[in-house]
Design a protein around this ligand. Structure first.
Ligand code: FAD
Length: 396
């Protein structure tokens, strides 16, 4: 595809370091994934599970999937800023299979990096190799943004094992996952609250079942999980005995990285949408002129350009700080808030520039318009990112 924008954009200052890696990933997407994506139905729904599994394993073999994990776990030991650039490249490629080539909500979880040796061997390594997938069951019908206001309980029994009861909702990938990380409120034998605790277990565990299935705007599948007195051994607690009551602390730092990865994907999507908008505005004629000559059209594209550059700079700077050991929830919140809100606006404007052409089912912008809408909700809503930043500013 032609690149209407200059390659020496402002944000390229922060992109030079891992440019070769990002270009190698983009070449893989073009060479291997774009031809496979051409076979998918035009409405842009969720690709079949076998195809997603193939993409994941192939990408792991090439060293892209879960690339930031150390080599002894099966990863490539990439810096986090390189991973962020790969997610950007996936979004920018416009290829609907590209996001599945990188570890997301079904891949290795930072929570499991705090797992016991046995958990790392049994769960984390197959995830890094792309051979298994998991899901994370945190949200409940009455605990979404207020994620740790949990009513799902894990009661400790006399032999040190746990009995989990409750309902989880909006869980991605639960219908295809090999195992689940469930966050529940641990309670000891005397009924004392021990705090939010993460447990890991196979999806085939007795008395754990899938309830309702929800279909998202762009074909994603989310599931309800029902835990009906699910019995788990003591070693199902992520991190072993030290993990009891520790899910909140462990979750907070892993969420920051998840938010930066979402921010990068959003920036890539926004850049792709902007490129489509610019290319169309240069070609399409109305009233005897190319529409790009009209200031109202320029306004859509120039505002988008400014916002995309700002969001990219913020995200790349945050990722680089993570590699330098500086990881703050407010930095990640600023990047996720700015990038996801920008992506929603930029895709909307690019569609507007295309008129009816962009609105028609099967056009890339029609799909992106539906796909990008989840980005201001997942990994914490925009309002929750504002709450985090407000707190860091000493407010509230
Ligand atoms: C595509 C997708 C995938 C998901 N995958 C998973 C998954 O794999 N596992 C999982 O556990 N969950 C998952 N979720 C659920 C997701 O984490 C929640 O939807 C999200 O945390 C918001 O919770 P909620 O939907 O209950 O909204 P609510 O918390 O009910 O919020 C409703 C509105 O109120 C606002 N609000 C709430 N509290 C405040 C406040 N203090 N200040 C200001 N505004 C506030 C929110 O920002 C929002 O606008 C997924 C959701 C989506 C859309």
């Amino acid at each position: 595809m032609s690149r209407p924008m200059s390659t020496t954009t402002l944000s390229s200052v922060l992109e030079t370091e891992h440019r070769d890696l990002a270009e190698a990933f983009t070449a893989f997407v073009r060479r291997e994934l774009v031809p496979l994506a051409a076979e998918l139905p035009e409405d842009g729904g969720l690709p079949p599970a076998e195809l997603r599994a193939y993409v994941r394993r192939r990408s792991a073999k090439l060293g892209f999937y879960a690339g930031d994990h150390p080599e002894e776990l099966g990863g490539s030991g990439m810096p986090f800023s390189a991973v962020v650039m790969l997610h950007h490249a996936a979004g920018r490629s416009g290829c609907p299979l590209a996001p599945y080539a990188l570890a997301g909500s079904d891949g290795p979880s930072p929570l499991l990096r705090r797992g016991t040796e046995q958990q790392i061997e049994r769960y984390l390594k197959p995830l890094v190799r792309g051979e298994a997938t998991r899901c994370l069951a945190l949200t409940e019908p009455n605990a979404g943004s207020d994620a740790f206001h949990l009513t799902t309980t894990a009661r400790q029994d006399a032999d040190g094992g746990w009995v989990l009861s409750g309902r989880k909702t909006f869980v991605s990938n639960a219908g295809h996952a090999d195992f689940v990380i469930v966050v529940a409120r641990a309670v000891d034998g005397d009924g004392k609250d021990l705090g939010p605790t993460a447990f890991v277990t196979g999806m085939d565990t007795a008395r754990l079942r899938i309830g309702q299935r929800y279909e998202g705007m762009s074909g994603e599948e989310l599931y309800e999980l029902v835990l009906d007195e699910v019995r788990l051994p003591a070693d199902a607690v992520v991190g072993g005995a030290a993990g009891v009551g520790a899910a909140l602390g462990n979750g907070i730092d892993s969420l920051s990285r998840g938010r930066l990865v979402v921010a990068a994907m959003c920036n890539g999507i926004a850049e792709h949408a902007l490129e489509l908008g610019i290319a169309y505005a240069r070609e399409r004629k109305a009233f005897g002129e190319r529409i790009g000559a009209y200031q109202h059209v320029q306004e859509h594209l120039v505002s988008s350009r400014a916002e995309v550059e700002a969001a990219k700079l913020l995200t790349l700077a945050c990722a680089r700080l993570v590699d330098d050991g500086v990881e703050t929830p407010e930095n990640a919140a600023l990047a996720k808030l700015t990038s996801s809100e920008t992506a929603v606006r930029v895709v909307d404007r690019a569609l507007q520039v295309h008129g009816a052409t962009g609105w028609v089912r099967g056009h890339p912008l029609e799909f992106l318009y539906r796909y990008v809408r989840m980005m201001t909700i997942i990994e914490g809503t925009s309002e929750i990112q504002k709450v985090i930043v407000a707190r860091a500013m000493g407010l509230g």
